[in-house]
Design a protein around this ligand. Structure first.
Ligand code: X8Z
Ligand code: ZN
Length: 608
């Protein structure tokens, strides 16, 4: 009989074994199965225990490094390096790799859950192999240094210190092109100092994963989806193609409208980057103001705290629990006062500190529409963490069905939280106000559709070329702007030589490398989920939903979140929406906009 000590996890295994034993002909096999399963279980439990402890220590150190960056003080950096080295030494140890491989040779004898966990052990090991300990150590050091340089950077506009929030606000609202140019250029200065670090990191990231048989770091990251690098790039091309007709209309529209706005007579073929209301041209929604739906104005008097609490209320209205008190005590949610004397990571993130109950978010929330969307996005991660932290999901599988699902959940709620019936219920818009539906859809397209060529084209192809195609060190900026022209139809305001490294101004290039297609895929998935929820759960028009208070919607989302990475992501999509991964829902959502844009663009020249 079994010697395994019962936990929630092993109870499931016991159950599957006991049903086998009722089959009289399989006694011998059943014993053998039990032995392998027992051995795998013993290994996994011991491994997971240490893994969780070291993961927590690493997360704590990283957290401290990201919320408190003190110029000239290396205390946090040193502690982070140590914690990450300890995590790497364990997860990449030759002994653990050997055991996981041996057990996987008996794959047929193991439970599905065990196989998935052992594969995860090898996946994590490949990023930290102790066959090349010096490379792993050097990479950890280089990563910590790159993060400090990126987030410790002093942004200055006309000699005055500014935050990235300040720059973003100028790019969203300023009508004077010279002032826009100054803000845009100020936002790119940080890249100069990141060039050497990213080149070093490329080699170190590639070398680490190559030692366990991956071609390069991009291939390694794509393998998390069960895709080769070529398959991932093909998928990105396909998404770009599917959305190109709409993007082309948006591009034409934006060129003519912005030229008018800035008083430029000759409409440029390519959009100057500093004309667009976002540092990277990845979101143009601030271009359009929908009358009666001015969210920036409605949110300002509410204050920053309200935004976070409102996002929480949205989730609890669907039946999710309240956030633990520790979330509010330990998170870092708002901008630092200007005289703090230190800096923090200025990009939003969500953290599962101990793979258990300690969940936190790092943001710099200000009461505006962008942060309103982002609070919903980050809480999507948090509620995903909380939901798959359950007895049926072992520590090693506490992740999304894939990384894109993790990004999709909160973005879905962000989309839902912007729709008029919902905003009306919150009294953020006047119930009586008539709003223009096409303008609303245009604003949404300028966010969601415009994002696709940036994410699946520029970001993914640049990182692909950088990691897998040995992009020459003297062509980093050249390639970046070639891709921006090709996919976004966007050009820099002035010639950007190789002294700049504009790609590295995007935080993910530095600290979330070779994974940006996650976001492109997350948008595709979110429209599939939204389409299903609107039509089949709420029976509402996808353009005008109100998820608020719907227990069914909550149950639907929870059922996706609950199994974490123990679910097969393709099967999940099929089961939940009846569809394979496809841009169909996204294209259909924006279809009504096509006619309007074609009409607006009549007589205008399309250039992409
Ligand atoms: O980086 C993020 C999240 C991280 S949790 C805030 N996003 C991408 C970006 O800002 O570039 C969300 C959508 C795109
Ligand atoms: Zn995210």
């Amino acid at each position: 009989m079994k010697k395994i000590i019962l936990t929630g996890l092993t109870a499931a295994i016991l159950l599957s074994c006991s049903s086998q034993k009722t089959d009289t002909a399989t006694t011998a096999v059943a014993t053998e199965i039990n032995d392998w399963q027992q051995e795998a279980q013993a290994f996994l439990e011991e491994y997971s225990d240490t893994y969780q402890k070291l993961y927590t220590a690493s997360a704590e150190a990283e957290w401290a490094s990201n919320i408190r960056i003190v110029d000239g003080d290396s205390t946090n950096a040193v502690a982070t390096r140590k914690a990450n080295e300890a995590f790497a030494a364990f997860t990449g140890s030759t002994e653990n790799i050997k055991q996981a491989r041996q057990l996987l040779e008996q794959k047929e004898q193991l439970t599905n859950l065990q196989v998935l966990q052992l594969e995860e052990v090898l996946y994590v090991a490949a990023n930290n192999p102790q066959t090349v300990p010096e490379v792993v150590k050097a990479r950890i050091k280089a990563e910590t240094e790159q993060t400090e340089k990126l987030y410790g950077f002093d942004y200055k506009l006309n000699g005055t210190p500014v935050t990235t929030n300040d720059i973003d606000q100028i790019l969203r609202t300023e009508k004077n092109v010279q002032k826009r140019l100054a803000a845009w250029e100020a936002s790119k200065e940080v890249g100069k100092g990141l060039r050497e670090g990213i080149l070093n990191l490329r080699d170190l990231r590639n070398q680490t994963v190559q030692s366990l048989g991956y071609d390069d770091y991009f291939t390694y990251q794509a393998s998390d989806y069960g895709l080769t690098r070529e398959e991932m790039m093909d998928l990105m091309q396909q998404l770009n193609q599917e959305l190109l007709p709409l993007y082309r209309e948006l591009h034409t529209y934006a060129r003519y409208e912005l030229a008018k706005q800035y008083g430029v007579k000759e409409v440029p073929d390519m959009l100057p980057a500093h004309w667009l209301p976002n540092r990277w041209g990845q979101d143009w929604s601030a271009m359009v103001e929908v009358k009666g739906l001015d969210l920036d104005a409605a949110l300002k008097p509410k204050g920053d705290k309200w935004l976070v609490e409102q996002a929480e209320r949205f989730y609890t209205s669907l039946g999710f629990p309240e956030l633990p008190a520790s979330f509010y005590e330990k998170s870092s949610l708002y901008p630092l006062p200007p005289d703090a004397g230190y800096k923090k990571n200025n990009h939003a993130s969500a953290w599962h500190m101990d793979l258990d109950k300690d969940v936190r978010s790092l943001m710099s929330v200000e009461p505006n529409a962008d942060w309103y969307e982002t609070t919903h996005h980050e809480l999507g991660h948090i509620y995903y963490y909380m939901t798959y932290t359950n007895p049926d999901v072992p520590v090693l599988l506490r992740g999304g069905a894939n990384r894109a699902y993790h990004e999709a959940m909160g973005s879905l709620m962000g989309l839902a939280a912007m729709q008029k019936p919902f905003l009306t219920e919150l009294q953020l818009v006047d119930a009586g106000a008539s709003t223009d539906e096409i303008q609303t859809l245009l604003k949404e397209a300028l966010s969601y559709v415009v994002f696709i060529p940036f994410a699946s084209g520029v970001m993914s192809e640049w990182e692909h070329d950088f990691y897998a195609k040995d992009l020459p060190a003297d062509q980093l900026n050249k390639r970046w702007w070639e891709l921006a022209r090709k996919y976004q139809g966007m050009v820099p305001p002035t010639e950007r030589g190789e002294a700049f490294t504009d790609a590295t101004t995007k935080t993910h290039i530095n600290d979330d490398a070779a994974q940006y297609y996650d976001y492109a895929l997350s948008y595709i998935i979110l429209f599939q989920l939204h389409d299903h929820i609107a039509k089949n759960v709420l029976k509402q028009d996808p353009h005008a939903t109100n998820y608020y208070g719907s227990q069914e919607v909550g149950e639907f989302l929870r059922s996706i979140m609950y199994p974490g990475a123990s679910a097969d992501w393709r099967q999940m999509l099929k089961d939940k929406t009846g569809e394979e991964l496809s841009a169909r829902a996204m294209v259909a959502y924006f279809q009504p906009l096509m006619d309007y844009l074609k009409e607006q663009n009549k007589g205008r020249k399309a250039t992409i």
